[in-house]
Design a protein around this ligand. Structure first.
Ligand code: GDP
Length: 288
């Protein structure tokens, strides 16, 4: 089930609740069951669905509804509270570390993120701390040059922590206000990768760690995101490849595993194919 279909199912369930003359236990339970079914069909883990259901029950206070409180405002307020992420300050250095498995779109997304903030007047820079994949530095260099963003890396140094620290130090001295550290990925989750993420994070003390995930990975996103969260404290999620036939379920699982919001989505291979993930229009659309 793609995101739009999932949205459609949830919208229908909410519309039915909105149209009900009286919102009682039964109407709420029917609505929640319908939403749960849609989420499960969208590949969301059972445990996540159970948590979402419990959260909505807490949010939708039936007594308050009976007293005439505006349902729409209650739902919008609570869905909107997930909005967060880093708000970097111009002129003050922020370090942002990107983590994710190989192929998730991490390197491409680092450049998109840098370009997004440069257009907003920041002075970003990219550090390639991926010493695992041959060609990683060349790829970052190529992307960064295309976007005219300064970069740092090495063809010979094999210690990712050393490169990360050197790069961050150099760009701090150069008064860059958004220093983006791209890290290694692996084809699969493995202990060495997470240990490396822990070390890079400890050495560079990032203001924000962003978990990058391929939008089509489905339920696997939960374990992946949780494992990264344990090694570097992930504070935001970026979902890539949303231009394809991506399902929405994986993103929700990553949000649940990291207790962090989705801040951007990748919508193509090119630098401008990048959008702010805004939950409000999404919720407004659901509520009609
Ligand atoms: P990394 O191994 O995680 O650093 O991933 P890369 O940045 O090398 O990306 C892997 C592949 O995914 C490349 O071919 C990218 O062009 C592609 N890619 C990255 N983001 C997107 C996206 O949002 N949409 C599409 N269609 N492709 C993407």
């Amino acid at each position: 089930m793609v995101l739009a279909q999932l949205g459609g199912s949830i919208a229908r369930a909410l519309a039915r609740m909105k149209d009900a003359t009286v919102v009682d236990e039964k109407v709420l339970a029917d609505c929640l069951n319908e939403i749960s079914r849609a989420l499960l069909q969208a590949d969301v883990r059972f445990e996540t669905v159970r948590d979402v259901k419990a959260n909505i029950k807490t949010i939708v206070n039936l007594d308050a509804l009976a007293a005439g409180t505006d349902k729409r405002r209650i739902i919008q307020k609570n869905a909107g509270s997930r909005e967060a992420g880093l708000h970097p300050s111009k002129g003050k250095p922020s370090v942002v570390m990107f983590v994710g498995l190989q192929g998730s779109g991490k390197t491409t997304t680092c450049t998109k993120y840098a370009d997004y903030y440069r257009r907003k007047g920041f002075n970003p820079a990219l550090v390639c701390a991926d010493t695992f994949r041959a060609g990683a530095f060349d790829q970052l260099k190529q992307n960064a040059s295309k976007a005219k963003i300064p970069f740092y890396g090495s063809y010979i140094e094999s210690d990712p922590v050393k490169i990360a620290v050197e790069g961050v130090d150099r760009f701090r001295k150069e008064k860059c206000d958004l220093i983006i550290v791209d890290t290694s990925g692996r084809h699969k989750q493995e202990a060495a990768l997470f240990e490396e993420m822990r070390q890079v994070s400890e050495a560079t003390k990032p203001n924000l760690v962003i978990f990058v995930m391929d939008g089509s990975i489905g339920q696997a996103a939960f374990d992946q995101a949780q494992a990264f969260k344990q090694s570097a404290s992930v504070g935001a999620v970026i979902v890539t490849k949303m231009d394809g036939h991506a399902k929405g379920g994986g993103a929700l699982s990553a949000v649940a595993a990291t207790r962090s919001p989705v801040i951007f989505i990748g919508t193509g291979e090119h630098i401008p194919d990048f959008e702010v993930f805004d939950v409000k229009p999404f919720v407004s659309r659901l509520l009609g």
